[in-house]
Design a protein around this ligand. Sequence first.
Ligand SMILES: C[S@@+](CC[C@H](N)C(=O)[O-])C[C@H]1O[C@@H](n2cnc3c(N)ncnc32)[C@H](O)[C@@H]1O
Length: 405
Amino acid sequence: MIITKENGKKQIISQSSGQKFKMIAKTMMGLEELLADELQQCGATDIEILNRAVSFMGDMCTLYRANYTCRTALSILKPFAEFEAYNDQDLYNQVYKIPWEKVMDVDCTFMIDSTTSGEIFTHSYYAALKTKDAIVDRFRKNFGHRPNIDTENADYKFNLHIADSHVTILINSSGESLHKRGYRQGVGIAPLNEVLAAGMIKLSGWKCDCNFYDPMCGSGTILIEAAMLANNIPAQYYRGDRFAFKRWKEFNLGEWKRVKEQENRRIGEGDFDYEIWGNDIDMNVLNQCEKNLEYTKLHKDVMLHCGSFEDQDPPEGRCIIVTNPPYGERIKVEDLNAMYQQLGDTMKQRYGAGREVWLISSDFDALKHIGLRPSRKIQLLNGSLDCRFMKFELYDGSKKDKYND
Ligand SMILES: C[S@@+](CC[C@H](N)C(=O)[O-])C[C@H]1O[C@@H](n2cnc3c(N)ncnc32)[C@H](O)[C@@H]1O
């Protein structure tokens, strides 16, 4: 590991193979514990749950593995410099001292995301601007020209995090958010975020040990995430090469290939022997779902049906049902309350004992019209929408059980 110390401040420039360092994995609200479990599977140590994030220790192989396999991670960040700054000039001076040329070449592009809290730096955009100025000024002085900013597809994405006077600069090793799995060929009007879909499946407790059904599957995000889990397909198997760490100076192609090969060798382990079914009322959106399934070569693992949910039984036997019905936000439904009431009736009349239904919605009023008491309620965010992910356990007496929460 190369550590430079400027006035006692830590700056980690690059790690040698096997050297452990701290990382932060970002996720969505409510998925932190799931991500901590996934990171442990990757060999991470010193795991600590934070708000919408998990911190952990690992080496470059852990960083590659976490990026490649964690279904509930949005990005993996590597802290890079930490110091105190008490005003704008101080921030500029400290950033200027960092040997940026050891991290990136002058012909690379970069961008800075910033979050600030406390009373010293009240404008995160201005703090990012000062940081950018210091970086480009250092390059200009040493090389006569400067790296350019690219807000879309930068080679280096830095996160500037300031809490009071404490400044942390992290490098985003993932680049584009890890919810962009690379399998979406077609979408409906309201596709679910892939990380949220994977998190919902894991929260439902489905261990790939019974059938699985999504009665309102849209373009199939929940189904594809379930089929990938059932077949042990790494989360980023379809993403190709779109990882920021591949452009880093310290990128080790041999180690990256070894991590990928190890994970890919596990595909199909477990001999999943159950049914995964999807249903939607809209044939156009089902065509998009079919396209996505064909792209992932998972079309033989998932059976699709077109119709209204009340006309379709789930697969026989024990089955976990996870679904994302319309909330009336992006998909307009004439009478959402009536639709949710119909959903509750279908659960009682067609699904019955041995089936567990998990559904996510931001319409709390409509949820009451299901007419069943949920046995669990988990708060999740779908974009900016405050949602409840609710579990309904069905049994023969479900019909008499009234919602009274
Ligand atoms: C929020 S979207 C689901 C999005 C999906 N999770 C995805 O990632 O693409 C809700 C879906 O419910 C479907 N839908 C609405 N009413 C339905 C009904 N009565 N029966 C079956 N599907 C219905 C819509 O066509 C839409 O695709």
